[in-house]
Write a protein that binds this ligand. Sequence first.
Ligand code: URP
Ligand code: ZN
Ligand code: ZN
Ligand code: ZN
Length: 509
Amino acid sequence: MSTPVKKVPIHLQSAQNRLLIKNGKTVNENEIVEQDVYVEDGIIKQLGRNLLIPGGTRVIDARGKYVIPGGIDPHTHMQFEFMGTTSVDDFYQGTKAAVAGGTTMIIDFVVPKQGESILDSYYAWRQKADDKVCCDYGLHVALTSWNDKVKGEMKTLCEKHGVNSFKMFMAYDFYLKDDELYGAFQRCRELGALAQVHAENGLIIKKNVEKLKAFGVTGPEGHEMSRPECIEAEAVNRACVISKQVDCPLYVVHVMSKSATETLKENRDNGTWVYGETLAAALGTDGSNYKHSCWHHSAGHILSPPLRPDTTTPKCLMEYLAQDVLQLTGSDHCTFTREQKEMGKGDFSKIPNGVNGVEDRMSVIWEKGVHSGIIDPCRYVAITSTNAAKLFNVYPRKGCIAVGSDADIVVWNPSKTRVISSKTHNIAIDFNIFEGMECHGVPEYVIVNGRVCVDEEQLRAVQGHGKFVETPCWAPFIYAPEKMDELTAPKNNGALNEIELTNKLAKIE
Ligand code: URP
Ligand code: ZN
Ligand code: ZN
Ligand code: ZN
């Protein structure tokens, strides 16, 4: 018996499945080309001029516009239980907002409770996200305890569940001690994964908080005072030193200060295998907001590491991105309402840490990077999409405009402007750290897996349209053959790798 096949009417098929983006300039990390893009069934099928296209294909005219790979935000916290509350953007609202702003993939953090199975926590995150996401997503997994069970489950996550990155905290109650970081980094290296760190010295912060409170400091300004730049830079240095002992590639998340970036650079120049991510928040605003007379305004800007009082920081970080001292940008989107922030009224250390950014990251970086003349559109694509795709090993499926890649595409109009405001944004809070910023460059069309989800600036995101994307270990961009040769070659740079150790012991005999 044959099953009846439900025929989709031809006009709907073409609207859904076939799309031609004409007359635009495609931008990849290495070149800008005037060419058309033909998409079928969610995949880029042809690039060029005068393409042969089936009748009934929808045509988008991109004349005068850039056609760029959809943004990949490698750092979000949707629906995250943290500091006694839960961030308010869930995977539906958060990814809807991402799409509105030109981001077509996010990578969120599974953060297990201390002692909880990291595998169970991963399943719980999949359950929170799978039916809700409007765009594709991947997962990093945080290690909040260190023991043999965690070590075993890391392998399962890598080999069976498409996880290739693990975040270790050096601050908060669930930080790992130095010897635990050593073990965790070593395990990442064995598995071909990427070790990520939240770099701040948590023990010193704790002492500083006590001291400030004893002096009567209770307001949001105490947050940055308790965790100044040197607290971040020290931890970046320590993470670099530890990762070098075990030759593990390291990814420092949310680099927020000049000192931390300089420390990262110094370590890289001395042979540490390290990558740096900064945030839209760090590029688009600064720590002068902690001096604002309105408590809610100040508290609304609290995240860790904090924004810096040195107002030259945002421009400086953008220059570091231009020079490849830093490689990529995330949002660290983790939103709390005013009421939630009020949990820290009278005690700044209890203000839930986190700010918005998933929706505005692409606009803020275009404005502060391309429009202000520090980077070109190619570098923009690299730091908002391509480098994340490469490091988390989903390139060239994502992160470029190429035949065979997923049709995650943004038609970016550099001539239009928009003003960021909580009155018009798509996230769940009534506050925006970029309030009032005029941004040149608007995502006029956002195509997610071949579907037009922003259409002439109108948001048409679809719940459940996204899917989980596996991020396999041994990313060729990280573990490239040249890199491996370099690692096994004799050297004297402070790393205690096995070859080096064998050589040293041989000399003693
Ligand atoms: O303040 C922040 N960054 N909140 C989110 C959690 C984290 O440390 O990334
Ligand atoms: Zn963090
Ligand atoms: Zn106010
Ligand atoms: Zn974060």
